[in-house]
Design a protein around this ligand. Structure first.
Ligand SMILES: Cc1cc2nc3c(=O)[nH]c(=O)nc-3n(C[C@H](O)[C@H](O)[C@H](O)COP(=O)(O)OP(=O)(O)OC[C@H]3O[C@@H](n4cnc5c(N)ncnc54)[C@H](O)[C@@H]3O)c2cc1C
Length: 456
């Protein structure tokens, strides 16, 4: 950092309660860390604003010095950011307020809030947000990218249940957008990603979830072909009240993992049914007929939905990537099992088929940039990266798996399941991308904001 900038940084620091750290500062290594520990982010500066006013300070500071600004909540998707050269990484982790309006069935959260901080208190009122499978994914980053939740086949993408978004724009204004205020910006933010400003707060719908039947079924992965073929056939007629995922899982031999699954390999189906245990049992009967070794489906409070997928609840080093798949033929299942199942030598922790269709496939009357999810499954392949050699093996195998599934590619990528720098044309139809780019030009003509998945 040159001397003039160092003096300016000192001045910025003196105006902020939150942290500002430059390379060489004591806190720099701690605050630059992403949730994905495999990513070594080295921005020009890291800022952790304590208030919305401090977000404005940081944006003005960066813009006036020709620096770019990368907003980040947790860094779950940090691997997709192409570079942080001449960039201020703005961590929103201190903006942590959560308000639950149970009577109005809505929540308002600060940009640093994690899903578990909403699902817990909402569940006490028999309500649930359209949260993802993991308790510690950030509400804002997830929702800006679309948001596939366990309630999604009933209620659609999380982005399309957003009621209002507050953000700091490139010119340092604090803007509140909703269907009546700056509607083009509101449209772009709902599924178009983090290119348009730093979101400081978001308001969204909470749905009634008084009765939820959820959990997982596991079979030894030697049964993968049989179970996955039956699963894909079952998905074709499953009601919208159920949202599920099927995985080939290689559970690590870690001491904190319960003994019955530790170090073993499974084919697993998990998910949630919105309704009574009796109705759920009927829907799940064809899967139960396959006689799972472990069956943990049961009536649960809505808050439990953050844990049924057994996602890591703390930062981990990982490498993954995804795609959207069409309906899968028996040959597709066989190809997947060959490359990621028994005998494949796969180093991956899991490959996943997340069930789409239902309300995911139907654009609601008022929707954002991501109107719907085409295709039958959101696919994701991921492995742990404990060292360089493992990283190389995992990266090569993720590519191999994605190439293998190419014949069933539905033709689009999904922002949240894409963990590498990608062409914006991969995510959106041409007309949608042009409209997003027009919003970007209107609100951020100098391209101050650097998203993980930029629209330009
Ligand atoms: C274990 C795990 C489980 C997951 N489960 C699901 C799931 O069930 N469903 C699903 O849809 N996805 C899921 N994901 C993907 C997840 O939604 C994406 O990784 C998402 O981008 C994470 O958001 P974040 O804010 O936590 O991450 P970040 O990496 O902090 O944010 C991602 C991007 O969002 C933008 N952004 C974040 N905060 C702001 C802000 N305040 N203002 C402007 N832009 C911002 C930025 O462009 C940023 O680069 C999962 C990921 C993991 C690792």
């Amino acid at each position: 950092m040159d001397n003039a900038l160092a003096v300016d940084v000192e001045a910025l620091r003196s105006r902020m309660e939150g942290t500002v750290a430059a390379p060489g500062d004591r806190e720099y290594d701690e605050v630059r860390q992403a949730w994905n520990l495999a990513i070594d982010q080295r921005p020009a500066l890291v800022a952790v604003p304590a208030t919305v006013d401090e977000v404005v300070e940081v944006v003005n500071f960066a813009r006036e010095r020709g620096l770019r600004v990368a907003p980040q909540g947790t860094g779950h998707n940090a691997s997709a950011i192409a570079t942080l050269d001449r960039t201020v990484l703005v961590k929103t982790s201190a903006l942590r307020e959560v308000e639950i309006d149970a009577a109005g069935r809505r929540a308002r959260v600060g940009a640093g809030v994690l899903w578990a901080e909403v699902t817990g208190p909402a569940s006490e009122h028999g309500l649930a947000p359209l949260a993802g499978s993991s308790p510690d994914v950030g509400v804002v980053g997830y929702t800006l990218g679309g948001g596939l939740s366990w309630l999604g086949r009933r209620h659609g993408l999380a982005a399309n249940s957003v009621l209002a978004i507050e953000l700091v724009t490139a010119d340092g204004r604090v803007v509140r957008t909703d269907r009546d205020h700056e509607p083009e910006l509101f449209w772009a933010l709902r599924g178009g990603g983090g290119s348009f400003g730093i979101v400081t707060a978001m308001e969204f719908v909470l749905y009634p979830a008084p009765e939820v039947y959820a959990g997982a079924m596991l079979w030894p992965w030697e049964q993968a072909t049989e179970v996955l073929k039956a699963y894909v056939a079952w998905c074709r007629t499953a009601p919208d009240a159920i949202s599920t995922s099927a995985r080939l899982l290689q559970v690590p031999p870690l001491p904190e993992i319960p003994e019955p699954v530790r170090g073993r390999q499974f084919v697993a189906i998990d998910g949630a049914y919105l309704g009574s245990a009796e109705a759920a049992a009927e829907v799940l009967a064809p899967l139960r007929a396959l006689e799972p070794e472990i069956d943990m489906f049961a009536p649960v409070p809505a808050a439990a939905l953050s844990h049924i997928h057994m996602d890591p609840e703390h930062p981990v080093p990982a490498h993954g990537d995804g795609m959207i798949l069409d309906d899968l033929t028996p040959a597709a299942i066989e190809a997947l099992v060959r490359v990621a199942g028994p005998g494949s030598g796969s180093p991956l922790l899991m490959v996943e088929l997340r069930q789409l269709g239902g309300a995911f496939a139907t654009p609601p009357a008022e929707h954002g940039a991501l109107a719907k999810m085409s295709g039958s499954f959101a696919f994701f392949a991921v492995g742990m990266v404990m060292d360089e050699a493992m990283g190389a093996a995992v990266a090569a195998h993720v590519d191999h798996v994605i190439d293998t599934m190419d014949p069933w590619d539905a033709g689009r990528r999904y922002l949240n399941f894409t963990e590498r720098p990608s062409d914006p044309g991969a995510f959106f139809p041409e007309g949608t991308l042009r409209r997003l780019q027009a919003v970007k030009r209107a609100y951020d003509p100098a391209d101050v904001f650097r998203a993980n998945h930029p629209v330009t």
